[in-house]
Every structure is written in C-alpha cells, then in structure tokens.
Design a binder for this molecule. Sequence first.
Ligand SMILES: Nc1ncnc2c1ncn2[C@@H]1O[C@H](COP(=O)(O)OP(=O)(O)OP(=O)(O)O)[C@@H](O)[C@H]1O
Ligand SMILES: [Mg+2]
Length: 244
Amino acid sequence: MPLLEAAGIKKIFGKLTALDGAALTVGENEFHGLIGPNGSGKSTLMKCIAGAEVPTQGKVSFVNTDITAFTPTERARAGMSLKFQITSVLPTLTLYDNILLALQAQSSLFDLLFSRTRGVLHDQVMTMLTQFRLADRAFDAAAALSHGQQQWLEIAMALAGKPRLLLLDEPTGGMSLEERRVTGELLQPIKQHCSLVIVEHDLDFIRDICDRLTVLDQGKVLASGTVSEIQANKAVQEIYLRRA
Ligand SMILES: Nc1ncnc2c1ncn2[C@@H]1O[C@H](COP(=O)(O)OP(=O)(O)OP(=O)(O)O)[C@@H](O)[C@H]1O
Ligand SMILES: [Mg+2]
C-alpha cells in the first residue's frame, strides 16, 4: 500500500474546472515532485490532499485510511504536515520560541505539565535549529532572518510533529541560487523518516531531489513516473516547450 493515494480528484470553482480527475500516489520515504504549467492545478491538488480545499469528487487515502472527509487537523494528527506560500512564522518571536511553539502544539497537556519535558523540548528545539543551520540565530527575532532562512524555519516547524508526509508548495520561491542549493541539502536527511510532495517551477532543483514526478496539465495528470521516465516523455517535453 502506498503512503498516500489521491485518485479521481475533481475540483470545480464556479465555472472553472481546476482539477479534472487528477491523481497522485506517493510511497514511504519517497520524494515526489508535482510539476506543470501555471494554473495546471498543482496548488489545488496539494490543498485537496491537505484538506484546505474539499474536492468536488475523488478519494484521498493516507496510511491505509480513507481521509477524504477528514479536517486539516485530523489529517495533521494522522501524520500529514504542510507548508504553503503563506508564512506561519511569528516574526516578533525568536526562532527558538517559534520552534518551541510548533513542538508544544504537538505535545499533550499531560506532557507539558511535567517540568521534565522542558529539558527534552529544549534539546529538540536546538536539534531542529542545528539541522536547519539556524542554531546561531536561535535567539534572534524571526523577522531578522533572510527570506531563505525564514523558509527553512518554516520547514523545521512543519516537521515538528514528526509527520510521515510533508507537503511543500514552492518552498524555494524568491530564494537565491545558493539558498536553493542549501534547501536541497537540508531536505535530504528527512527522507529517512518522511515522504515529501513538493511543487516547484525550478526543474533542475526538482530533478536533483525527487525520486518520482507527476506532471499536471489543465487539471489532469499528463504523466507520472521516475525522473528519467518523465524527462524522456514526449508529451511532457511538449508542454514545457509550449511554455518556453
Ligand atoms: N479559490 C479559487 N477560486 C477560483 N479559482 C481558483 C481558486 N484556486 C485556484 N483557482 C483556479 O484554478 C486553476 C488552478 O489553480 P492552481 O493555483 O491550483 O494552479 P497551480 O498549478 O498551482 O499554478 P501556479 O503554478 O501558478 O502556482 C487556476 O485557473 C486558478 O485560477
Ligand atoms: Mg500554485
């Protein structure tokens, strides 16, 4: 059984059909890239998976459970985490407190009542900040970070609940080339415990980090397969040439 299986996803906004039977299958510890031209339905599909949009038709299964009717909170509890383009960082708080809040949101009230937990949480915060190369900025306000660093902080926060699937919609938007390269490096280690669905326009970036790709075009899956299969696919080459 795959970790995530979205099938026959249709999403209609008024007169516009944003998704027309789209599908996405993601295995355990797989990095999956979702690509396609502007307006092809990538963000809408991510939202239907995360529960931010309700599909007009279709089914989403996650960890052997039909989650089509689950709320975003129920999906998060089941092990799904997402970071969209809109920021969830609290800019006036320090990086340390931002991560601490994200971790506390995952802890039970019972855990929080024991002071012992504070030490454990401290170690977890510092481990996450170190993993995302932000430890030296721990006590700076999040607002003082560069754009790229803010994105890394958000990814770290999205990982606080130890999800089995992380959804990232254009995490490298507005980043410098160097920041993109570092983002690829920072994401690699999470593969040991988490799968990833990532939307990106930067095809070099996505080719470097993903195992498999799904290509959307006008709300439908044009192709899905390994990176080399997709690169060799004539229909995919055509939509990218059409766009250029
Ligand atoms: N809330 C909404 N209401 C109405 N139409 C919407 C809504 N969200 C998306 N759409 C439309 O659905 C289509 C798919 O949009 P979507 O944002 O999913 O595309 P995308 O592939 O993520 O594009 P981009 O690469 O530009 O981010 C577009 O035509 C868009 O205008
Ligand atoms: Mg989008």
